[in-house]
Structure formats: structure tokens, C-alpha cells
Design a protein around this ligand. Structure first.
Ligand SMILES: Cc1cc2nc3c(=O)[nH]c(=O)nc-3n(C[C@H](O)[C@H](O)[C@H](O)COP(=O)(O)OP(=O)(O)OC[C@H]3O[C@@H](n4cnc5c(N)ncnc54)[C@H](O)[C@@H]3O)c2cc1C
Length: 207
């Protein structure tokens, strides 16, 4: 259980569906492609429908709290992004006037017309985000990216294993929300630099 890559490789070799953060997901898919095996989904995997135009929304900050040390959870009012987002997609966030480039952050969760970002403070852009107070505005483009490939299954037929290292947990919560209605069990394994940086278990959606 110490070597995360070994666990993910074993899962892939045994054809157990295993969603991970993007880098490890690619490694697992490489193994599947090389071995000319197929994911053990009985139905073909489908990509989420992409809508052509990139949406820009000036979102109102609903809350922005330090959930774990150096890791913030921010809820944003954004009806269009909330309606269009698929699990595994991200948004491009404008991080104040000093940062020219927008920063990509995954969609962490969606509730009605709100969505959440879970972000780790690593540099100036993400540091700027920590200063946003409830009621202030944030300029966001998205949702972007293909997202995870998921196939609806008959209720109770499938178990999912999801593995996240550090902030890799950010997109997986939304995936849990999406697959929960039809899968029998979801196991989320996570690793973090310190125990205090583990995502609180009670914040994951309940069965
Ligand atoms: C598709 C996608 C989705 C992402 N989703 C999330 C998310 O949900 N939550 C989240 O916290 N982050 C996420 N990231 C990473 C996030 O975009 C970066 O952490 C952010 O852009 C850093 O901006 P900054 O201005 O704070 O740091 P910068 O000033 O740009 O960088 C500060 C220092 O940190 C280094 N650095 C920056 N990003 C990373 C990184 N990812 N890994 C290691 N070192 C890095 C830089 O090289 C530099 O040395 C995602 C990235 C991508 C590409």
C-alpha cells in the first residue's frame, strides 16, 4: 500500500476501473492500451457532451475557507458553469490584476447553481484567491477539458476505486457525486504530505 503507482498499476492490470488524478490516469491508460485490453465497462465509455462556446462568468464568491492547512475550499455562484460542468473538467480563473495568465482549477463539486473549487496555495495566483471574501467577484472561464470517461450502469452493478495524491482529490469529489447513483460501492484512497492535509472523509457524498 506504500507505492501508489503500484496499486494503480495492479488495478489496471486486473481491469478494475480506477480513477486517479490526471498524471496517474494517463499511466494506467498507457498500460491498458499497451496490453490491448479494454476497461471492464460492460457499456462503451462515453465522453461528456461538449458545448462549443467557451463560457465566461463573473461569479459571486459564496464562501472561501481554509479547509486544510494551505488548501482552500471556495464556493461560487455560477449557474451556467454549474449546469454545464462534467466530472474531471476544470475552469480557468483570473487571479487578480497582477497575474496575466488565468490559473486552471478543477471543478470540485456542483450543487444547483453553485460550484466549488478546492485549491492549494503554491504561488502568487492561488495566494491571491485566498483574499477573496464572500460577496466579491471572480472572473472564470469554463468548464473546459474532456473530463473523466464514465458510463451509466444498471444500479448496483459496479464498484469504483478512486485514488488521489494530495490536491489530486479535487476533481474526484465531483466524480463521486456523478457515479454514486448507479454504483454499488465507491472506495476513495488518498495520500497527502501530512495527515492534516487529508480531505475530510465526512465531506465526501454519503451513499
Ligand atoms: C487541468 C488542471 C487542473 C488543476 N486543478 C487544480 C485544482 O483543482 N486544485 C489545485 O490546487 N490546483 C490545480 N491545478 C494546479 C494549479 O493550476 C496550479 O497550482 C496553479 O496554476 C498555480 O498557480 P500559482 O500562481 O499559485 O503558482 P505559480 O506562481 O504559477 O507557481 C508557483 C510555483 O509552483 C510551481 N507549480 C505551479 N503549479 C504546480 C503544480 N501543479 N505542481 C507542482 N508545482 C507547481 C511553479 O513551477 C512555481 O515554481 C490544476 C492544474 C491543471 C493543469
Amino acid at each position: 500500500m506504500r507505492d501508489g503507482f503500484a496499486i494503480r498499476r495492479t488495478a489496471a492490470e486486473r481491469r478494475i476501473p480506477c480513477f486517479t488524478s490526471l498524471d496517474t490516469a494517463r499511466a494506467a491508460i498507457d498500460i491498458l492500451v499497451r496490453d490491448k485490453t479494454r476497461l471492464s465497462c460492460p457499456a462503451p465509455c462515453v465522453l461528456p457532451q461538449q458545448e462549443a462556446a467557451v463560457n465566461r462568468e463573473i461569479c459571486e464568491v459564496v464562501s472561501n475557507i481554509e479547509l486544510m492547512p494551505g488548501i482552500y475550499l471556495m464556493w461560487l455562484q455560477a449557474p451556467e458553469i454549474a449546469r454545464r460542468a462534467h466530472a474531471g473538467q476544470f475552469v480557468m480563473v483570473a487571479c487578480g490584476t497582477e497575474q496575466t495568465l488565468r490559473r486552471p482549477i478543477s471543478v470540485h463539486s456542483v450543487e444547483h447553481d453553485k460550484f466549488a473549487l478546492l485549491y492549494a496555495v503554491v504561488g502568487k495566483g492561488t495566494e491571491q484567491l485566498t483574499h477573496l471574501k464572500t460577496g466579491s467577484n471572480l472572473d472564470v472561464l469554463g468548464p473546459m477539458g474532456n473530463g473523466f470517461q464514465i458510463s451509466p450502469m444498471p444500479a448496483g452493478t459496479l464498484s469504483y476505486l478512486m485514488i488521489a495524491g494530495g490536491i489530486g482529490i479535487a476533481p474526484l469529489r465531483f466524480l463521486v457525486e456523478k457515479v454514486k447513483p448507479w454504483c454499488r460501492q465507491i472506495i476513495v484512497l488518498q495520500g497527502a504530505a501530512t495527515a492534516s492535509k487529508l480531505y475530510p472523509k465526512d465531506l465526501l457524498p454519503k451513499k
